[in-house]
Ligand binder design. Sequence first.
Ligand SMILES: [Zn+2]
Length: 94
Amino acid sequence: MTKITIGVYKSFRNSGIRNHRKKTKKHWCHYFLDVDDDESGDYQFGSEWVSSFKALILKRKVWKKKKFICLECNTIFETYVPKNTDEIECSECE
Ligand SMILES: [Zn+2]
């Protein structure tokens, strides 16, 4: 299993439960895709609570959903890629 970070956000740990106290602490939540390492490439969404320190590290490697167009076969595809990725190999042609 490979975890691909798609977001790190601050949120209330007990969302859903009404909390009237003003000083509710927010915690970091790490959202990721859990990708199968076999050829199927299946993935599931997941989330976990992380420390603020780990959140800082994770934030640096958040993947973004980006659209690519292959000029060879005109296929448009959307996929998660690391930040600042401008090119990706087309899965259609090789
Ligand atoms: Zn292509």
